[in-house]
Design a protein around this ligand. Structure first.
Ligand code: ATP
Ligand code: MG
Length: 552
């Protein structure tokens, strides 16, 4: 092998972010911050408080709330148990016990057995304490195991007797069974959405005792193992809000939608389209779903495999189909609006009236259903421009039964989740041309990266020890006054320093050499036109303050 090849192999591996995850870099992160700041301030004006939730929760929380038949739960969750070492230890122990059982007549193994059983119990206790709690049946099994050493003791009395074999088998058999049924769980899952967590928190912290309704919002990463593509990631970000408790008055539905639209409005999101629907309640929806299933059966052969499957598991989802060949068939299916019970129909009509009072423009879309099981009555979705087929930026709706399903009191609930990644993508594609070009440059692999921030207001070009000391002090004062200042760490010729200032996009260069320091008069160069002015330190601050207020 040539030396060159050997060197190549030694080169440390370069790492890449896992497929479906990505880094958010400046300057795009500035836009993320602006979006989040806008959410904080708009939501606050509607009386919402922020809740910060754990990123992982007990798996069952999601399975029970989102629904086992949904794509999210059946195949997209990142689930793990954090006691794997204990699990494999338990496997080994079960096997060991099994072997002892076979060798029953060698009673000398009783002490060994006791010792091993005790060690095993200690280990399980340790991991049960430090990790996820065991489920209750496992706790029962563990308490049986704890009695094992004592029972084994009693075996000594049977030594040499005819029953020895039988008693040994019964005690060790008991231990084996208990060990077999130990479960280290419940397992945990990276949250695929946050509504279930908000409801969990509402119950856990007895928020039903607070003045109702409780209005909460959140923002942060969610995780779904989906096929990554533009606008669809495995780690993505949502901004969402929930209203829990109080009444299900239609004005609440309308106000929460109004808040979403106000937020998008403030961000100047382009091509915003709000779709609404009512998907009925526990009384009327099942009847409609049955009707739908019957009608779907009649056209089964004309449907694709996805819809044929959904027809069985979740017929409403067929309405969601984007398959060209199915569109004509779906258009002829019965519509839920014609099958709502009286209460749902009244509620839906009132929501529409309330939206109109608020000047919120909507489109009724009878095919709008949500992917998660817990929704009822009002559902809505917002789409925006520049996103291709992944154009939904917000999904939401009412979920009155959810808190109860999670062990809380009967509680009304409504909320939404905004896909922040798509929201930002849409803003970049349509509303922020300058940022967009810089970013698309960064996204083209192999090209120079985008600038990591907007340029500093001022670049300090200094030469000489004394000037460096003055520059350090000037930088400190200017930054304290709120100006962004770039102070080069090593001396460089003025020409090079000015070139650097230009590259960074600075507006001014502050020139500090021996003369300036001696005179106490600093030279400020405006980079756009090359003009220069002299200032005392005090006047410079005043001048920059004025500049700043002119430009902003
Ligand atoms: P879609 O049909 O677009 O997959 P969904 O019904 O799965 O959406 P929800 O669970 O209602 O979406 O989540 C609300 C919003 O979160 C969506 O409208 C979308 O903007 C965003 N979102 C959902 N999944 C992803 C993902 N994998 N990557 C980026 N954003 C997502
Ligand atoms: Mg989805």
């Amino acid at each position: 092998m040539s030396e060159g090849a050997a060197k190549k192999e030694d080169k440390p591996r370069k790492f890449q972010a896992i497929r479906g995850t990505r880094d958010l870099l400046p300057p795009e992160t500035a836009l993320w911050n602006r979006v989040e700041q806008t959410a904080h301030s708009v939501f606050a004006t509607f009386g919402f408080g922020e809740i910060r939730l754990p990123v992982f929760e007990v798996t069952e929380l999601f399975a029970r709330s989102i629904g086992a038949d949904t794509d999210v739960v059946s195949k997209e969750m990142y689930t793990f148990t954090s006691v794997e070492s204990a699990l494999s230890r338990a496997d080994a122990f079960r096997q060991y016990i099994g072997e002892r059982r076979v060798m029953a007549d060698q009673w000398v193994t009783v002490e060994d057995l006791q010792k091993d059983l005790q060690e095993f119990i200690l280990e399980i206790d340790g991991s049960a304490k430090s990790d996820l709690p065991m489920d209750p049946p496992s706790q029962v099994k563990l308490s049986i195991l704890r009695k094992g050493p004592e029972q084994l003791d009693s075996l000594r009395g049977f030594q040499g007797k005819a029953e020895y074999h039988e008693v040994f088998d019964s005690i060790v058999g008991n231990i084996q069974t208990s060990a077999r049924w130990l479960r280290f769980g419940p397992s945990a899952t990276l949250r695929p959405e946050a509504t279930a967590s908000v409801c969990r928190a509402y119950v856990e912290h007895n928020m039903q005792q607070l003045p109702q309704p409780v209005k909460l919002y959140y923002m942060g990463p969610m995780f779904r193992r989906e096929r990554p593509q533009r606008g669809r990631y495995r780690q993505f970000y949502q901004i969402g809000a929930e209203i829990l408790g109080g009444t299900d008055a239609p004005a609440i539905d309308a106000e929460v939608i109004e808040m979403v639209m106000t937020f998008f409005d403030k961000l100047e999101l382009q091509g915003v389209q709000l779709d609404i629907n009512s998907i009925g309640c526990r009384d009327c929806r099942p009847k409609y779903v049955e009707l739908l299933r019957t009608e779907l059966l009649k056209v089964k052969d004309k449907l694709g495999p996805d819809s044929q499957r959904r027809m069985e598991t979740n017929p409403l989802r067929v309405l969601d189909s984007k398959l060209e060949s199915e569109q004509k068939i779906i258009e002829k299916l019965p519509r839920i609006a014609d099958h709502l019970c009286e209460d749902c129909a009244t509620h839906y009509a009132a929501v529409k009236r309330q939206l109109e009072l608020r000047g919120v423009i909507y489109r009724e879309n009878w095919r709008l259903v949500r992917g998660l099981d817990y929704y009822m009555r009002t559902t809505f979705e917002v789409t925006a421009a520049g996103l291709g087929s992944q154009n939904a930026v917000c999904g939401g709706g009412r979920y009155d039964g959810l808190v109860e399903l999670l062990g809380g009191p009967p509680t009304k609930g409504i909320g939404f989740a905004i896909g922040e990644d798509r929201l930002i993508l849409s803003l970049l594609e349509t509303g922020h041309p300058s940022l967009a070009t810089r970013l698309s440059r960064a996204e083209t692999k192999g090209h120079s990266p985008a600038p990591t921030r907007s340029g500093p207001l001022l670049y300090i070009a200094w030469i000489g020890e004394k000037a460096h000391a003055t520059a350090i002090r000037a930088a400190k004062d200017l930054r304290n006054a709120g100006f962004s200042v770039e102070l080069p760490p090593v001396e460089q010729k003025f020409g090079k320093a000015l070139g650097q200032a230009d590259k960074l996009g600075a507006r001014f260069a502050l020139i500090l050499g021996d003369n300036e320091v001696a005179e106490g008069l600093w030279t400020l160069k405006t980079l756009a036109d090359g003009s220069q002015q002299k200032f005392t330190e005090f006047d410079l601050l005043e001048f920059l303050r004025k500049q700043d207020s002119v430009s902003s």
